[in-house]
Every structure is written in structure tokens, then in C-alpha cells.
Design a protein around this ligand. Structure first.
Ligand SMILES: Cc1cc2nc3c(=O)[nH]c(=O)nc-3n(C[C@H](O)[C@H](O)[C@H](O)COP(=O)(O)O)c2cc1C
Length: 380
């Protein structure tokens, strides 16, 4: 793939349309979306993607207006080529309805899922609560999805049809009343891994969903070792990342990384939702983990320490509270080769991808970096 630097004219148009999108989202779309319960708003957003994706002129217009390319952002991570380091994090597109829009909007990659071996209804509603004062969403969905048989098939199609975007699939353990012991959990992950082998650019193994009935048994080192001893037996050409928990102590986190370094794992995604509500005014009756603002600092600290001690073992995908290019740049300088986000898209709008890419390009050039990969870990 060759990416051509944007011309001055295209660049000016792109900047103007991005500003227009920002204005339109803030003053027209967001008030309408935020007038609804977030569970309904999410459902409608997915339905909009299904309707809009086949309308080719609309997708062409989206690409013309939003896509921003720059060779400084191109990068190779874990043997995968990315047009830029920005991806959608797991959870917004559980059943793979969004790739056409995200590809045309200029995302470097998308993580579809999390999906599970059996179709899963998730927890009783409400799944989401907005906390705008913290740029955060409280999430208690419990992995609802149509099952990895269907979702992986769609992700494979999306990956092969995407113009520039890479597609990753997040697999998790089914959260239903059939869950059993640790061995059952291991078999559950294995089924989805076997289904995903060779069919996407990357696979993310989610061991850290805070909203399931069985908790997070694979964030204990011994169980994690048993899980990956089984998963190592599955042949898969694409790299594996592991979605790590937030809010565990560094010694516990380091133990998990040590276990993973002895297995067939190429990357770590840092991190999942924030469970610690200290200092935050969150209604007691609201269950779930926090996204956005409350994840930013804790995530960066783990990224920095992971890069300092494990950069030879893993590539890092940094996640959590990225709303500005400066925040993305900090994740990169702390050790992230890739950067993912969700809350930023929900609170600021689809033009965020353009804003982040343009802003990151400017910061990299200001500091004399020829490639985004040159800045990875510079502050770790
Ligand atoms: C609506 C929503 C659903 C999520 N579902 C999942 C999921 O299914 N699997 C997963 O690994 N993480 C899930 N997450 C966590 C995100 O992938 C991400 O780690 C977290 O939101 C921090 O990123 P952000 O601050 O950019 O939102 C979800 C987050 C949100 C907001």
C-alpha cells in the first residue's frame, strides 16, 4: 500500500469539513443523541451504520470530508501495516456493523467485539450511564453479542473488503448461565480463537471484562498461564494482543506480563475499564466500569512501566481517555505503538479521527520525528 501526502487544497478542505463536523456534532447531533438513554442511542447508532454503509456516494463523501493521510503516521506493528496508529477499541461494535463507516472515516484499524463462543444476551439493562462531567461512560453490558461464529465471519469479510483499515477481533469468555469452571472457560476462549485463526489482521484476547457473573479469573497468573498453555496449541498467523485490566497493583500486573511473555502473545492492550470510583461522584446504584477520563492517568502509568520492562516482549496498544492529539501523543511517548479509543467518539463525534491524526502529525513534525514509531517509548 502507498499513501500519498495530502495536497494543500485537500488538506484545507479536510480541515474545514472537520471543523464543520465538530460544530454540527456539538450543536445538532449530540443534543439529539444525548436526549435519549445511552442504551437506545447506541442501538440507533448501530442501525444508522447498517443503513448508511451500502450508500456508496455517502461513503465517498465521508472519505473525502474526513480522511486525513500523512506518511508520518504510517506504521508497522507486530508485522501488520497500518495507515495510522488509531483504532476503535473493543465494545462499541460488538457484532461488526461499523467497519465500512470507520474505514471511510480513516481509522487505522477497528477492534470488533468482544465476541464470545456462544451468542450472549448480556446483563439486564441498563447497560450504560453517561457521566459527562468526567467525559466517561459507566459500562455494565456484560458482553452481549451474536456469537463468534457469526461475528468473526463478518469481521473477515470487513477486513478483506476494507480499503485501508485493518480489522482486529476481540474474543472473550461467554457470560451466560452455562459458565462452568476454569477448564470450561479455557475451552470457551479456544473455540473462538480457532474460529478467528487467519481471518483478521489481529486477535485481542479480553481477560478483563469487569461486568460478568464469573468475574475475571484469568487476571490471576496461574489461571492465565493455564489459558495460554491451551491457546498456544492453536495455530494462527495473525498476532495476539491481550486486553489487560486496569486498577490492579503493578506487582500483579507485572506477574501477568511475565506469564504472557512465556507464551505466544505479541501485544498487550492497556487497559480495560476503570473499577476504582475513588473521588468520583457516581450514583451508588449504577453498576459497571468507567471509560474515558477516569482511565487516562492510571492507564498511562501502566503503559510506561510495561514499556520500560517488557518492550522486547510486547507491542503496546494504549487505550483510555484519549480526547486530544496531545493525549494520544503522551500514550505514544509512554510506550504505545497503537492508540485506541471509544469515549472520545461518543462525546466528541466521528470527526475525532481526523482531529487526532492531524494533531498527532503536527506534534511529531514539531519534535522532529519522521515516523510515529520513532516517538514510541521516548518518555518511558
Ligand atoms: C460502550 C463500551 C463498551 C465496551 N465493551 C468492551 C468490550 O466488549 N470488550 C472490551 O475489551 N472492552 C470494552 N470496553 C472498554 C473499551 O474498549 C476501553 O478499554 C475503555 O472504554 C477505555 O477507552 P476510552 O476511554 O477511549 O473509552 C467498552 C467500553 C465502552 C465505553
Amino acid at each position: 500500500m502507498t499513501y500519498v501526502s495530502t495536497s494543500f487544497w485537500h488538506d484545507a478542505v479536510n480541515k474545514a469539513t472537520t471543523d464543520l463536523f465538530s460544530f454540527g456534532y456539538k450543536h445538532v447531533i449530540k443534543p439529539m443523541v444525548f436526549a435519549q438513554h445511552p442504551d437506545d442511542a447506541h442501538e440507533q447508532m448501530i442501525r444508522f451504520c447498517d443503513v448508511a454503509a451500502p450508500i456508496s456516494p455517502l461513503m465517498w463523501a465521508l472519505r473525502e470530508m474526513l480522511d486525513y493521510t500523512d506518511p508520518v503516521l504510517e506504521t508497522d506493528v507486530m508485522g501488520v501495516r497500518f495507515a495510522n496508529p488509531f483504532g476503535l477499541s473493543a465494545g462499541l461494535d460488538k457484532n461488526c456493523d461499523m467497519p465500512v463507516l470507520l474505514d471511510n472515516a480513516g481509522f487505522g484499524f477497528e477492534t470488533v467485539g468482544s465476541t464470545t463462543s456462544r451468542p450472549c444476551a448480556g446483563n439486564p439493562h441498563p447497560w450504560y450511564h453517561r457521566l459527562p462531567e468526567y467525559d466517561s461512560m459507566l459500562v455494565h453490558a456484560g458482553l452481549p453479542n451474536q456469537g463468534s461464529l457469526k461475528v468473526i465471519e463478518r469481521a473477515e469479510r470487513a477486513w478483506t473488503q476494507a480499503k485501508t483499515m485493518q480489522v482486529s477481533i476481540s474474543i472473550a469468555r461467554t457470560n451466560d448461565d452455562k459458565v462452568g469452571d476454569i477448564n470450561e472457560g479455557i475451552d470457551d476462549y479456544r473455540i473462538s480463537l480457532e474460529r478467528a485463526a487467519g481471518r483478521t489482521a489481529m486477535i485481542e484476547v479480553n481477560i478483563s471484562c469487569p461486568n460478568t457473573t464469573v468475574g475475571e479469573p484469568f487476571t490471576q497468573a496461574e489461571n492465565l498461564d493455564r489459558l495460554f498453555t491451551q491457546l498456544d496449541e492453536v495455530t494462527h498467523p495473525q498476532p495476539i494482543l491481550v486486553k489487560m485490566p486496569l486498577g490492579v497493583s503493578w506487582p500483579q500486573f507485572r506477574d501477568l506480563l511475565t506469564v504472557l511473555s512465556e507464551h505466544d502473545v505479541q501485544g498487550v492492550s492497556i487497559a480495560n475499564l476503570q473499577k476504582d470510583r475513588t473521588g468520583l461522584d457516581v450514583p451508588r446504584g449504577w453498576q459497571g466500569g468507567l471509560s474515558g477520563g477516569p482511565t487516562y492517568r492510571a492507564g498511562n502509568e501502566l503503559i510506561r512501566r510495561t514499556y520500560a520492562q517488557f518492550s522486547k516482549n510486547f507491542a503496546i496498544a494504549g487505550i483510555g481517555g484519549v480526547f486530544t492529539a496531545a493525549q494520544a501523543y503522551e500514550k505514544i511517548r509512554s510506550g504505545s505503538s497503537l492508540v485506541m479509543f471509544i469515549s472520545s467518539l461518543m462525546y466528541r463525534g466521528p470527526q475525532q479521527i481526523s482531529i487526532l491524526k492531524r494533531g498527532l502529525s503536527a506534534l511529531l513534525r514539531r519534535d522532529g520525528f519522521a515516523h510515529v514509531s520513532d516517538a514510541v517509548g521516548i518518555d518511558a
